[in-house]
Design a protein around this ligand. Structure first.
Ligand code: FES
Length: 176
């Protein structure tokens, strides 16, 4: 079992009289009230946390495990399996460039270099002002219109370096 999981389990065992809820525990409880406390409620609740917090903190994952009566390792395992469930803090805008074969052949590397140059960040990192994270994603389901880029929930198809610069410029204006 990972050390981090053990630390959290220990904290909860030595603190059984805890009778207040943190903000994230309250949020997870509300999601569980809405989605239910079955095994198949796990994914929508994790997604709701990511949407709200922009990533899954350890505290959030422990809270989800407790609400759904699952093992912490189970929740950590699910979170680390799916790339869209971020477990590290990300920027306000998350840019994902499809890395799968069709988009790769249609020039995704050029798109990534363009973004790296424009935002002065490296693939996999977040800008120092916290405005952007640049990541790769598996197939986004628009292979016939590659290369494809996702910014937050907005999909951009048949993206070129020129179009990329324009799109990023718009987000730079929108996100001060
Ligand atoms: S390969 Fe890029 S969207 Fe499918």
């Amino acid at each position: 079992m990972p050390t981090k999981v053990l630390i959290y389990i220990k904290v909860h065992i030595i603190n059984p009289t805890k009778n207040f809820m943190t903000r994230i525990e309250q949020f997870v409880k509300e999601q569980a009230d809405y989605y239910g406390r079955r095994r198949n409620s796990l994914m929508p609740i994790l997604q709701a946390v990511v949407q709200s917090e922009r990533y899954l903190s350890e505290e959030a994952m422990v809270a989800v495990a407790e609400e759904l009566d699952l093992s912490t390792a189970d929740v950590f395992g699910t979170a680390s399996f799916y790339t869209f469930l971020d477990t590290v803090p990300r920027g306000k805008n998350i840019i994902k460039v499809c890395k799968t074969i069709t988009c790769h052949m249609k020039g995704k590397d050029e798109i990534i270099s363009t973004i790296e140059d424009q935002l002065k960040i490296k693939l996999g990192s977040t800008s120092s002002d916290g405005r952007f994270s640049l990541l790769q994603a598996n197939c986004l389901g628009w292979c016939h219109k590659g290369p494809v880029m996702l910014v937050n929930d907005e999909i951009y198809t048949e993206i070129t370096p020129e179009k990329t610069v324009e799109v990023i410029r718009d987000y730079l204006k929108k996100t001060k």
